[in-house]
Design a protein around this ligand. Structure first.
Ligand SMILES: Nc1nc2c(ncn2[C@@H]2O[C@H](COP(=O)(O)OP(=O)(O)OP(=O)(O)O)[C@@H](O)[C@H]2O)c(=O)[nH]1
Ligand SMILES: [Mg+2]
Length: 448
C-alpha cells in the first residue's frame, strides 16, 4: 500500500439514491478532480458547484467540498464530490478519477490515514467502526464517547502513574547509594502496582459487560412441543418469522431473531420442541436444541399447564433462565397459582395475544445497564484492545509476583516498560505494529 497515492472511494453506499459522496484524499486530490472540470475548483474555497465532464460531455452537476491539508479528517488534502446518486453515474465519476491518477481506496484506508497522520488514535479509530455497527442506544453512546476521546483521559492517567513508578525504580537503579528514593521500596512499589491492577481489572470487567450486552445475549427458547415457543419468538420480534401450527413438532431446525432493547440486544433462537419421536429429522433438531443449552446466556424455558418437562428443567435450572408460562389466558387464578408454587419466579404470557409484558419487564430488569455509562473507567469495545489490556494485566500480575519472590526492581521495570509500550500504542504515540494496524483498518467499510 502506498501512502503517497491519492485514494478515492464512494463514502456512501453505491445505490439508487438522491446523492452519493465520492471522497478523495491525498496530495493530488484537487489536481485530479480538476481534470473533470472546465471551471477549476479553488482549493481555498470550501464549497463549489461545478459541472462534471467526461471529455466534452457534461455528466453531472455536483457540489464539491475541499478540505486543506491538516484541516481534514485524514490530515491530507481531501475533496468530496456530492454527485447525483445513480449507480452508473457514481461509478463513472470514480472510474474517471481513477483514470486521471487516483487509486481505489482499500476498506478503512481513510481512517487509517487519519490514524497515521495523528488525527485520531487507535481507540478513536475503532469507535468509528463501532459507531457504525452499534445495534442499540447504549452501544451508540459508548462509541460516541470513545470517539470524543473519553478513554484517552483515563489512559493518560494510568500512563502518568506508570511513568511515575518507572522513574522511581529507574532512579533507585541509577543511584544505588541513594537508597531512599521516595516510594521505591518493594512495599511501596507493590501497593502502586495493586492500584494499577485494580484499575485495569475494572476496565476489563466493564468492557466485558458492555461487549456482552452489545454483541447480543444468546437466548434459547426451549420447551416441549406445541407450548408456543415459535409463537413467543414471533411475538418478541413482532414478525411472523417462525412457522406456527398446532401440529406437534412443527419447528425442526433453529429459527433466529434479534430483539433490540434500549441498552442491550437479545439474539433469540427458537428450537425444536422436546419430545420422544421416531422422526429422524426431528430427532436431530431436538439434539441440536439440547446442545445449545451450554452456549446460551439466557434460556426461556416455555411451559404450559400439563406440559412441563422436568428432564429439561433439571438441565437448565443452574443456568440463567426464565420460566415462561405460556397460554396463560386459558388458566384460572388457582391453576396459575399451583404452577407458581413450583416456579415462584415464573412470568405469565400469552404469545397468541402478544401479551408478553411480564417477560419483557423481567428481561429489562435483568440486563438493563444504564449505569455502564456512569462508570468512570474507559470501556473498550474492541477485541484487540481488550487483548492488549489483558496483556497489561498479566504483566502487572507478573511484576507483583516478582516483587513477592524477591526479584530486584530492574526486572520489574522490564515489565512496566512493556506496559508503557502497549499504552502508547493505544494512544497512537508510537507506531504500532504495521501488520496489526492493517488488520484493524481492513474491517472498515469502504470510503471510511
Ligand atoms: N391459546 C393459546 N394458544 C397459543 C398461544 N401461543 C401459541 N399458541 C398455539 O399453540 C400452538 C403451537 O404453537 P407453536 O408456537 O407452533 O408452538 P411450538 O412450541 O413452537 O411448537 P413446536 O415447534 O412443535 O415445538 C399453535 O396452534 C398456536 O397458535 C397462547 O398464548 N395461547
Ligand atoms: Mg415451534
Amino acid at each position: 500500500m502506498n501512502l503517497n497515492d491519492t485514494i478515492v472511494a464512494c463514502a456512501t453506499k453505491v445505490s439508487r439514491q438522491a446523492i452519493s459522496i465520492i471522497r478523495l484524499s491525498g496530495e493530488q486530490a484537487i489536481e485530479i478532480v480538476n481534470k473533470l472540470l472546465i471551471k477549476k475548483i479553488d482549493a481555498n474555497n470550501k464549497m463549489q458547484v461545478r459541472k462534471i465532464y467526461d471529455g466534452n460531455d457534461i455528466i453531472d452537476e455536483s457540489l464539491i467540498l475541499t478540505f486543506a491539508q491538516g484541516k481534514s479528517f485524514t490530515g491530507e488534502v481531501v475533496v468530496e464530490i456530492q454527485c447525483h446518486g445513480g449507480i452508473l453515474l457514481t461509478n463513472k465519476i470514480i472510474a474517471l478519477l481513477i483514470s486521471h491518477g487516483a487509486r481505489p481506496a482499500l476498506p478503512g484506508e481513510f481512517s487509517q490515514r487519519a490514524y497515521l497522520n495523528g488525527k485520531i488514535n487507535l481507540l478513536q479509530a475503532e469507535s468509528i467502526n463501532n459507531l457504525i455497527d452499534s445495534k442499540n442506544e447504549l452501544a451508540l453512546k459508548v462509541s460516541a464517547m470513545n470517539l470524543e476521546g473519553r478513554n484517552n483521559k483515563s489512559l493518560l492517567i494510568i500512563k502518568e502513574n506508570l511513568i511515575d513508578l518507572i522513574s522511581k525504580i529507574q532512579t533507585s537503579i541509577d543511584y544505588p547509594d541513594y537508597d531512599d528514593v521516595e516510594g521505591s521500596s518493594s512495599e511501596e512499589i507493590s501497593s502502586e502496582l495493586i492500584i494499577l491492577k485494580n484499575e485495569v481489572t475494572k476496565i476489563l470487567e466493564a468492557s466485558k459487560r458492555f461487549n456482552f450486552l452489545n454483541s447480543g445475549i444468546n437466548t434459547l427458547i426451549l420447551g416441549e412441543t406445541n407450548v408456543g415457543k415459535s409463537s413467543l419468538l414471533n411475538s418478541l420480534i413482532s414478525e411472523e418469522k417462525a412457522i406456527v401450527t398446532d401440529i406437534e413438532g412443527t419447528t425442526r431446525d433453529i429459527v433466529e431473531g434479534q430483539l433490540n432493547f434500549e441498552n442491550f440486544t437479545l439474539n433469540l433462537i427458537d428450537t425444536a420442541g422436546i419430545r420422544n419421536t421416531k422422526d429422524e429429522v426431528e430427532k436431530i433438531g431436538i439434539e441440536k436444541s439440547i446442545s445449545l443449552i451450554n452456549s446460551s446466556n439466557l434460556i426461556l424455558f416455555v411451559i404450559n399447564k400439563g406440559k412441563i418437562n422436568n428432564e429439561i428443567y433439571e438441565k437448565i435450572k443452574d443456568k440463567k433462565h426464565i420460566v415462561v408460562l405460556n397460554k396463560s389466558e386459558l388458566l384460572g387464578v388457582e391453576e396459575t397459582k399451583e404452577i407458581k408454587n413450583k416456579f415462584p419466579n415464573l412470568v405469565s404470557v400469552s404469545a397468541i395475544n402478544n401479551d408478553i409484558k411480564e417477560l419483557i419487564d423481567k428481561i429489562e430488569d435483568e440486563f438493563n445497564n444504564d449505569n455502564l455509562l456512569e462508570v468512570e473507567v474507559p470501556i473498550l469495545s474492541n477485541a484487540f484492545h481488550i487483548e492488549m489490556f489483558k496483556n497489561i494485566l498479566t504483566l502487572l500480575e507478573n511484576s507483583l509476583n516478582n516483587i513477592e519472590s524477591g526479584f530486584t526492581t530492574d526486572l520489574i521495570n522490564v515489565d512496566l516498560y512493556e506496559i508503557l509500550k502497549i499504552l502508547n500504542n493505544l494512544l497512537g504515540i508510537y507506531d504500532a505494529d504495521e501488520e496489526v494496524i492493517d488488520t484493524i483498518f481492513r474491517k472498515y467499510c469502504l470510503g471510511k
